[in-house]
Design a protein around this ligand. Structure first.
Ligand code: PLP
Length: 425
């Protein structure tokens, strides 16, 4: 459930008409709903009631400071994958002891900063990384808490670019090798094993792969414990999908996911960490855009909008589906006059196509459209390709809204470059 719906013939974000944001901030612009973020966080957290669970929002899904601050107030922890995300989480008020650091390529400087801040754990993905962390911690005179990210070799049955749990993926430590690396942790003086970590992919719409992976991990935890390793918690990663297209996919409810985890854990005394990203932020945001031109091609209709692949990369990168809804509520006449159109942006790439042959009510230049489910992996992936201004972000709360990332001016953008002396005269 989200808080983007029609009221008085027009789509609102909570109680703010989207047309007002378009007029006052301009398009394209991301619009997030506070109530939806809160609701998703609470529904997800409630699914783990009764367990000792820490929910760490995957910051890479949406790293806006206002979104992170909203979630910090809900008690969220953070899963970060760079020192930049770590600083964002800390500055948003997420306590260091609720932050886990994931990713295959942490640099020593990033490890140092995270140790200095006192994060909860490093999710370590290789032996060389483990050795590097041991060195950094040793120089600082501290012990680094470590979970090894294990690769369970499970097919997540999702888009190949967001599947991470097969042996051919770059992620995690090979399953059969994991016990050896835990033994290695014991030999190294400045790292301590506190948990086991797994994350098999994103936008999973079926519980079966999760269950397979979690069962393997629970088995591993038991055998590690009997070998004398002090495993305190299991980090189960993120990945639960959302209904981008309810006609095509019906991902399990967080409650079913929580129940599955409870049943796999059984009576194993163990705390758990969860790292949802998309599930919290995805349906809490839309990308608002204006129709520029209607172009009748040789054999198809093009709707050219002012948003482009640099603002929302998912369709170009993952063949992702986003509902495209008119901001003005269509009447019966419009509903009966549906057309098929390709929604495209202004960027000079054929890949800059949001939807092909999409059934839609007829639209005209000047109409506003909302790309739904764009709150996760939307603004964070935006670029200035084609020297387009970085897309701004707005957060709505009830009848209020705030610009939480302003559109930069062209002067700001061009001013980031500098021309060397030999070209300036
Ligand atoms: C991307 C990622 C997540 C979040 O995935 P979602 O599908 O957005 O829930 C969690 N953990 C790790 C390690 C990730 O790489």
């Amino acid at each position: 459930m989200d808080h983007f719906s029609y009221k008085n013939g027009e789509m609102h974000a909570e109680d703010v008409p989207l047309s007002r944001i378009a007029t006052e901030v301009g398009t394209p612009v991301y619009v997030y709903s506070t109530a939806t973020l809160q609701r998703h966080f609470r529904v997800f957290s409630d699914a783990f009631s009764g367990l000792n669970a820490l929910v760490c929002f995957a910051v890479k899904a949406n790293s806006n400071q206002a979104v992170l601050s909203t979630l910090a107030r809900e008690g969220a922890g953070a899963d970060v994958v760079s020192v930049g995300e770590l600083e964002r989480a800390l500055r948003a008020g997420i306590p260091a002891d609720r932050i886990v650091f994931s990713g295959v390529g942490k640099k020593p400087s990033e490890m140092r900063r995270a140790l200095e801040a006192g994060i909860k754990q490093f999710n370590v993905e290789s032996e060389p990384e483990l050795e590097a962390l041991d060195l950094v911690a040793g120089k600082m005179g501290v012990i680094a808490p470590v979970s090894l990210r294990v690769n369970p070799d499970v097919d997540a049955k999702t888009h190949h670019k967001i599947a991470t749990g097969k042996s051919e993926n770059k992620f995690g430590i090979a399953w059969d090798h994991a016990p050896e690396v835990y033994n290695k942790i014991k030999e190294l003086p400045n790292v301590r094993a506190t948990g086991v970590d797994v994350h098999i992919g994103s936008q999973l719409t079926d519980l079966a792969p999760f269950k397979l992976a979690f069962e393997k991990v629970v088995g591993l935890v038991k055998s590690l414990r009997s070998a004398g390793h002090d495993i305190e918690h299991i980090d189960l990663g993120g990945g639960l999908g959302i209904p981008y297209d309810p006609d095509a996919e019906t991902p399990p409810h967080p409650l079913a996911y929580g129940d599955m985890i409870k049943s796999v854990l059984g009576d194993l005394p163990c705390s758990i960490i969860l790292e949802p990203g998309r599930l919290i932020a995805g349906n809490a945001g839309i990308l608002l855009s204006e129709m520029l031109y209607v172009k009748q091609g040789e054999d198809r209709l093009f709707y050219i909008v002012d948003a482009a692949m640099n603002d929302l990369l998912r369709p170009a990168m993952y063949e992702a589906f986003h509902h495209i809804s008119p901001v003005t509520e269509p009447g019966d006449n419009a509903q009966n006059a549906q057309v098929s159109a390709d929604f495209v942006g202004p960027v000079c790439e054929t890949g800059d196509t949001f939807a092909k042959a999409r059934k839609t009510v007829p639209m005209s230049p000047g109409d506003l459209v909302a790309f739904k489910s764009a709150g996760a992996y939307g603004a964070v992936m935006a670029s200035t390709y084609n020297s387009r201004e970085l897309v701004p972000e707005v957060l709505v709360k009830g009848a209020e809204y705030a610009v939480v990332r302003a559109r930069p001016s062209l002067d700001d953008m061009i001013g980031l470059d500098s021309v060397p002396d030999w070209l300036s005269d």
